[in-house]
Every structure is written in structure tokens, then in C-alpha cells.
Design a protein around this ligand. Structure first.
Ligand code: SAH
Ligand code: SF4
Length: 351
């Protein structure tokens, strides 16, 4: 249960509510349920920043709302633009922590990559975010406000939860945020265009599947437990066999596929034997594979693979009839590529 049933002097942050939560909150104030949809439209379709703007609500009601609740927003502290059009937003939160979001415009879409935590506890060895420990979870409103901020200048068509943090380690807030993103009265983004990426928290994958319909991306990154233990400590808790079983059991609507992310690291997981093992592991699961050449960053212990190994790996998966794309690194000149998000954590002493 959320804190809004507890009587405190503090106003509730209305963007922490998914539609059902807001309906319950309003009913607690003795209001009609349908008012929640009206408020949602103001917040997420018209970008309202005050209750005063909500002119289809009575003046008294607006005043009452303003006493009980507040409308938060995030202003970017900095927006960096890459030569390829990718934009990186830096946001500073109320407690001084900072997070980043990345907007990737393409011909037919604009994808926003949002953060779900400040830092990350998973400690993957190839990830810059992972080299800083977890500071805290983001609230639902902090996740949603990244979308609100980007939407003031660009029409967002797709959302990926692939920024800083492990989304499934912040499951409750992430589920509320996903509901707002896909809600017909909220951001109205089709659930086919929203993707949650996870390092492989097996019980939470199951819970996510039960709570919402969205796309799932799994950062597999290895084909043996030995390799994966080395790259991703979470594998010691949920080894490959259990992760693959969770993928197999994930409820997929018609013709959808799970995205398997595979960061290729030179000399670690980039051989043709890895490609063969990957095909075997994924047999019978509807998947598309994203090959991501490792992005190097200052102080990293790994190297990106040779182009030849990437091509060989890619060709083998194709030959075995898997859907595969090798992801081009976008926004590299502004450190906006995968795994390079870390905001100013080290300077703030947040680690
Ligand atoms: N925590 C989630 C989502 C954020 S990480 C997860 O791990 O899935 C998003 C993606 O970036 C993951 O697929 C991860 O494997 C990848 N990644 C992390 N560091 C990287 C790096 N240095 N180069 C390339 N991809 C990286
Ligand atoms: Fe966390 Fe994902 Fe980075 Fe692993 S890859 S440390 S889970 S953000």
C-alpha cells in the first residue's frame, strides 16, 4: 500500500499515482472516480504544472487538490546534443542526486532511454553505472518526469528502461511508471513500444509479467555460467538455466519476442563457440538478439571486439535463423551510449 492513506502534513506527489491509485485517492476525498482521467490528461497529455490550469475542474476542487497534492517536474540541468542528433539530459533531483536520460531520434521514431535508480547495486564489470554502488531507487514521479521533460521538445514514441539502474530492483515504482506510460489517459504509448531491460532478476521477471504487458529485454551477455559469473555477479544468485526458464515462461502477447542483449567483449564472449552456445540456449524461445559491441570508457578493464568477430558472430546467428541486429553506438561523442550513464556521481561523493 502506498503512503497516501497515512495522514501526514506533507502533500502527496500526484505523479506517484497510476490511474487506479489516483482514483482511490480522489475517492478518499469524496470525489468522482472519472476525475482521475481528467487529471491524468492534464498532467501527461497537456503537460500541466499546476492544478489551476485544470479548467474542467471546479475552482473549489482545484484549491482542495492544491492543498493535498503537488505537481512535480524536472528541469534539465544540462542537455548535450550529439552530432547524430542523440540528446543527453542531466537532471538534478530534490536531494541533490543526479540522473540522466537519453533521447535517440530516428527516422520514424524517437526513443527515450530513462533511468530507474541512482547508481546500481548489480556491479556488472563491464558497466560504468555498475562501478558506482546504489544510492537509491527513483520514485515513480522521478521516472515519469524524465518523460514529461523530454516531451516538452520532442514527441516521444518509444520508451526503454535502459538508463541508470536495474528496473526490476525497483519493481513497485517501475510498474506504476509503466502503467502511466501506457495508459490511454496518460502518455498513450503503445505497450509494444515500451521495453524493460533487466540484468536477470528471475522472481521479478515473473512478477513483472503478471503485473503489466510490456516488452522484456534480458541482458544475457554470456553463454556459460562461468563467463556470466565473471561479468555479472547476479548470475551467482540466478544462474543461466533459471534465467532462460524465466524467459521461456514470460507471458508474451501474440507474435512478440523477448530481446536478448549481448554485449560483446573482446576475448571474453566473442568467439564462434559462444555464438553456437547462444543459439542452443535460446532454442525454442521467441527472441531477437541485439549484439552490442562493448563501449569502452575511461578506466575500463575490457576492450571492444574486432569488427571481424562481430561479423562472424552476427552471421552465425542469421544462418541459424535468429533475428539479429548489431546495435550501432549512438551518441558516443557525448558519452550517451549504453552503459556510459553515470551523471556526476563520483564528484558528488554519492558512491
Ligand atoms: N540494468 C539493466 C538496464 C540498464 S543497462 C540491464 O542491465 O539490462 C542497459 C544495457 O547496457 C544492458 O544491456 C547492459 O548490458 C548494457 N551495457 C552496460 N555497460 C555497457 C558497455 N560498457 N558497453 C555496452 N553495453 C553496455
Ligand atoms: Fe546495473 Fe545494468 Fe549496469 Fe549491470 S548493466 S551494473 S544491471 S545498469
Amino acid at each position: 500500500m502506498k503512503g497516501f492513506f497515512v495522514h501526514t502534513m506533507e502533500k502527496v506527489d500526484i505523479k506517484n499515482f497510476c490511474l487506479e491509485d489516483l482514483e482511490a485517492f480522489l475517492q478518499g476525498l469524496g470525489k468522482e472516480k472519472y476525475r482521475a482521467k481528467q487529471i491524468f490528461k492534464w498532467l501527461y497529455q497537456r503537460g500541466a504544472t499546476s492544478f489551476d490550469e485544470m479548467t474542467n475542474l471546479s475552482k473549489d476542487f482545484r484549491q482542495e487538490l492544491a492543498l493535498q497534492a503537488r505537481i512535480t517536474s524536472l528541469q534539465p540541468e544540462k542537455v548535450e546534443k550529439s552530432v547524430d542528433g542523440t540528446k543527453k539530459y542531466l537532471f538534478v533531483l530534490e536531494d541533490g542526486s543526479s540522473i540522466e536520460s537519453v533521447l535517440i531520434p530516428e527516422e520514424d521514431r524517437a526513443t527515450l532511454c530513462v533511468s530507474t535508480q541512482v547508481g546500481c547495486a548489480m556491479g556488472c564489470r563491464f558497466c560504468l553505472t555498475g562501478s558506482f554502488s546504489l544510492k537509491r531507487n527513483l520514485s515513480c514521479s522521478e521516472i515519469i518526469n524524465q518523460v514529461c521533460a523530454a516531451q516538452t521538445t520532442d514527441r516521444i514514441t518509444n520508451i526503454v528502461l535502459m538508463g541508470m539502474g536495474e528496473p526490476l530492483a525497483n519493481l513497485e515504482n517501475v510498474i506504476s511508471a509503466l502503467k502511466i506510460m501506457t495508459c490511454p489517459d496518460g502518455f498513450q504509448i503503445s505497450n509494444r513500444r515500451v521495453t524493460v531491460s533487466t540484468s536477470g532478476l528471475v522472481p521479478e521477471i515473473e512478477k513483472l509479467g503478471r503485473a503489466v504487458i510490456v516488452n522484456l529485454a534480458v541482458s544475457l551477455n554470456a553463454t556459460t555460467d562461468e563467463q556470466r559469473d565473471l561479468l555479472m555477479p547476479i548470475n551467482r544468485k540466478y544462474p543461466l538455466a533459471t534465467l532462460i526458464a524465466a524467459c521461456r515462461n514470460f507471458p508474451l502477447p501474440n507474435r512478440r519476442m523477448i530481446t536478448i542483449e549481448y554485449v560483446m567483449v573482446r576475448g571474453i564472449n566473442d568467439t564462434i563457440e559462444d555464438a553456437r552456445r547462444l543459439v542452443k540456449l535460446l532454442k525454442g524461445i521467441p527472441v531477437k538478439v541485439n549484439l552490442i559491441p562493448f563501449n569502452e570508457y575511461d578506466g575500463c578493464e575490457f576492450r571492444k571486439p574486432e569488427q571481424e568477430s562481430i561479423d562472424r558472430f552476427h552471421r552465425h546467428l542469421l544462418y541459424k535463423n535468429l533475428t539479429v541486429i548489431t546495435r550501432a553506438s549512438r551518441g558516443a561523442d557525448i558519452s550517451a551510449a549504453c552503459g556510459q550513464l553515470r551523471a556526476k556521481m563520483e564528484k558528488d561523493g554519492a558512491n
